[in-house]
Design a protein around this ligand. Structure first.
Ligand code: PMP
Length: 376
C-alpha cells in the first residue's frame, strides 16, 4: 500500500537514517562525559544538532531543550510554566478547541489544580480567529497555547496575527509546531513567540525525539521549571542522558528541511493536485479553508462512504487515516471536526490524506473502484 499517513509520522530520509545509524554504532559515548573523546564526540553531535534546530527557528542554540518529542515539549511548556503563574498570581490560560491531546490533557490537569482555562472555538474553516484571542485576554492571563498547523485538517492557524494581538500583553505564548516545523518556517520565526514544541518524526527524522525552544528574551526562561528531576542535562530543564543518535537525526532532518523546503513544497503541491483530480469522481467535500491549508495534507469527506469502512477497504492500496493516529482507535468523532461544526454525517465520512516529497504515485482508479462499492 502507498503510505498516505504522513501526519501520523513521516518516513525517514535516507540521509537522516544514515546519521542515526552512525551515532548508534560509532559515537556511543555519553554527551555528559567531559573527559574523554567518546563523550566529546557525542557532545559535538548534540551541539551540532542544537544549532541546526535553532537555525530553522532563528533562535539561539542555548534556547533549545531536547526532549523525547513534541508531547514532552508541550507538557514541559505548560506544566513547567505553572509555577510562574503561582509566583505572579496569574491563573488564566487560553488555548483552542482543536489542540492535540498533548496540550489538552496537561491543561486539564492544571485546571484541576486551580488554573482557569479558556478554550477558543474555531471557525467552520478550521482556524481560530485572532479576534477571539483578543476578546479572551485578561489581566491575569498567564499563558496562551495555540498549535501552528492542525494535525487532522492541515489548516494553518494565524500565529503571526495572534502574536500581534499579544504584542502588548505579558502572557507567554506557546506554539505547538509539531506539524509545521521544517515545513512552514516563517510564522515560527516571529519574535513574540516564547516557546515552540517540535518533533523529529514529522520531518523525516526519528521518533522519540523533539525539542522545546524557549526564547530567552521573553520572561519565561529560566522561570520554566523542569517536570523531571535527575541529572543537570539541558541546563537543568530536562534530566536524562541525551539520546545522541536521535538528536543527531533530528538535527540532520532540520538541516535538510531548511535546504529543501521549497522543493519539497512544490512536490507536495503537485501531489495534492493529482490526489484531488483522482478523487474527483467521488465528489469530495474538503474539510477546512483551503486558502489556509498546508500543501502536504488534506481532510475531506466522501459523501455516502463511512470512513471506518474506507480505511479498512483501502488498506492494501493506500494507508490512510480517518482522524489522527493518537485517536484512531477511539470511536468518538474527531474533536477537531466537531469544533468546526461539521455534521455527524460529514464527520463519519471524513478521511485524512497526508503525503510528502517521497510519496510514490497512487493508482486512483483502483481507489475509486474500491470506494464506489462502499457507497450507500
Ligand atoms: N502535537 C501535534 C499537533 C501532533 O500532531 C503531534 C503528533 N501526533 C504531537 C503534538 C506529539 O508529537 P510526538 O509524537 O513527538 O510526541
Amino acid at each position: 500500500a502507498v503510505y498516505l499517513d504522513c501526519n501520523a509520522t513521516t518516513p525517514m530520509e535516507p540521509k537522516v537514517a544514515a546519521v542515526v545509524r552512525r551515532y548508534m554504532e560509532e559515537e556511543y559515548g555519553n554527551a555528559a562525559s567531559a573527559f574523554h573523546q567518546y563523550g566529546e564526540g557525542a557532545r559535538m553531535a548534540v551541539e551540532t544538532a542544537r544549532g541546526q534546530v535553532a537555525r530553522l527557528l532563528k533562535a539561539h542554540r542555548d534556547e533549545v531543550i531536547f526532549t523525547s518529542g513534541a508531547t514532552e515539549a508541550n507538557n514541559l511548556a505548560l506544566l513547567g510554566h505553572a509555577y510562574v503563574g503561582e509566583l505572579r498570581g496569574k491563573r488564566h490560560i487560553i488555548t483552542t478547541a482543536i489542540e492535540h491531546p498533548s496540550v489538552i490533557e496537561p491543561l486539564q490537569q492544571m485546571a484541576k489544580n486551580g488554573f482557569e482555562i479558556t478554550v477558543l472555538l474555531c471557525t467552520a474553516g478550521g482556524w481560530v480567529d485572532p479576534d477571539a484571542l483578543r476578546r479572551a485576554l485578561r489581566a491575569d492571563t498567564l499563558l496562551v497555547s495555540v498549535m501552528q498547523v492542525n494535525n487532522e485538517t492541515g489548516i494553518r492557524q494565524p500565529i503571526e496575527s495572534m502574536a500581534a494581538v499579544l504584542a502588548d500583553h505579558p502572557a507567554s505564548f506557546h506554539v505547538d509546531a509539531a506539524q509545521g516545523f521544517g515545513k512552514e518556517q516563517r510564522s515560527l520565526q516571529h519574535p513574540r513567540i516564547d516557546m515552540i514544541s517540535v518533533s523529529g518524526h514529522k520531518i523525516y527524522g526519528p521518533k522519540g525525539v523533539g525539542a522545546l525552544v524557549v526564547r530567552k528574551q521573553q520572561q519565561c526562561f529560566p522561570a520554566l521549571r523542569p517536570i523531571m528531576y535527575g541529572g543537570s542535562q539541558e541546563q537543568g530543564m530536562r534530566a536524562g542522558t541525551l539520546p545522541t543518535a536521535l538528536i543527531a537525526g533530528l538535527g540532520s532532518a532540520a538541516a535538510q528541511a531548511r535546504r529543501d523546503q521549497a522543493e519539497r513544497e512544490e512536490s507536495c503541491r503537485n501531489y495534492r493536485n493529482k490526489l484531488l483530480d483522482g478523487l474527483a469522481p467521488l465528489d469530495p467535500i474538503i474539510n477546512g479553508d483551503t486558502t489556509r491549508s498546508v500543501p502536504h495534507a488534506i481532510n475531506l469527506s466522501l459523501p455516502g462512504i463511512s470512513n471506518v469502512d474506507a480505511v479498512k477497504a483501502l488498506k492494501d492500496t493506500v494507508a490512510i487515516s480517518g482522524g489522527s493516529a493518537c485517536t484512531a482507535h477511539a470511536v468518538e468523532p474527531s474533536h477537531v471536526l466537531l469544533a468546526m461544526g461539521l455534521s455527524q454525517e460529514r464527520i463519519g465520512c471524513a478521511l485524512r490524506f497526508a503525503w510528502c516529497h517521497m510519496t510514490p504515485p497512487v493508482d486512483w482508479h483502483t481507489v475509486i473502484d474500491i470506494l464506489k462499492k462502499l457507497r450507500h
